[in-house]
Design a protein around this ligand. Structure first.
Ligand code: AMP
Length: 248
């Protein structure tokens, strides 16, 4: 079973981003970048499937600028076998990403495509769903457990107030949620080995796919600054204040 894992290079989750002065987006100059946390969970799950001898090959794919190679090397260090880097300097919306992933999934003959449930930069939560639609494959989103046996994927999904278990025949698209697993740290020897693993580069423009964005970003704004706290003299003063502000 071939597993394709989509990994996105995003701003490191611990980094506080700043909005550009003209409001056209966030400033990515000198910002620490890392693999999207949900994509790390997807890679970890693929590696576990390989360790259980269910997956035979793991191919990591990323679409983005040349530096996305670092993200792919991180996936290779975690245990992916090889990688595909689709190069572009252009901002591509989830539909464009899904179209490119479709082309690669078919080209590679993937039986399972694993994606993060969302990218923490654009918070779109769209790519996996669109990919499944374009491929005409079943999809299971927000997976918190994944089992594969006899050509059938059984997925437990986190839904409001509980869990839902669904099954679908392969090939299938699965987007992963936070509680699926705890991604491993790559060991130094594996980081070294990852440098020699195969990584194929292709230009997004060569796929002959319309990647024109359909949305225009009109404004990006910082969240409002938090108001300063206040130390009150007693509990009764606190209760009175909460009543006044209609919190109680
Ligand atoms: P989104 O729909 O943008 O929230 O992204 C959901 C998931 O789609 C991510 O966690 C990745 O698995 C995949 N994805 C999105 N953008 C890219 C990209 N540029 N390269 C590779 N995978 C991506």
């Amino acid at each position: 079973m071939k597993v394709l894992v989509a990994v996105k290079r995003v701003v490191d989750a611990s980094f506080r981003v700043r909005v550009k002065t003209d409001g056209s987006g966030v400033d990515l100059e000198n910002v620490k970048m890392a693999m999207n946390p949900f994509c790390e969970i997807a890679v970890e799950e693929a590696v576990r499937l390989k360790e259980k001898c269910i997956a035979t090959e793991i191919i990591a794919v990323s679409i983005g600028v040349a530096k996305s190679e670092d993200t792919l090397r991180a996936a290779l260090a975690m245990g992916a076998d090889r990688a595909v880097l689709v190069l572009t300097e252009q901002r591509i919306e989830p539909l464009g990403i899904a179209k490119l992933l479709k082309a690669i999934a078919l080209e590679e003959g993937a039986d399972l495509v694993l994606l993060g449930k969302q990218a923490i930069d654009d918070d779109a939560n769209q790519t996996g769903q669109m990919l499944a639609g374009l491929l005409g494959w079943p999809q299971a989103t927000f997976a918190s457990k994944l089992e594969i046996a006899d050509g059938v994927a059984t997925i437990t999904r986190e839904v409001d107030g509980g869990l839902e278990t669904v099954a679908a025949p392969l090939p299938v698209v699965v987007t992963v949620d936070l509680r699926l697993n705890q991604p491993r740290f790559a060991s130094l020897p594996n980081i070294m080995k990852a440098r020699a693993k195969p990584l194929r580069k292709a230009a997004a423009a060569d796929f002959g796919i319309d990647l024109t964005p359909r949305l225009k970003v009109l404004a990006t704004t910082e969240p409002p600054a938090r108001e300063a706290g206040e130390i009150l003299g007693s509990v009764s003063e606190l209760v009175a204040r909460l009543r006044d502000s209609k919190v109680l």
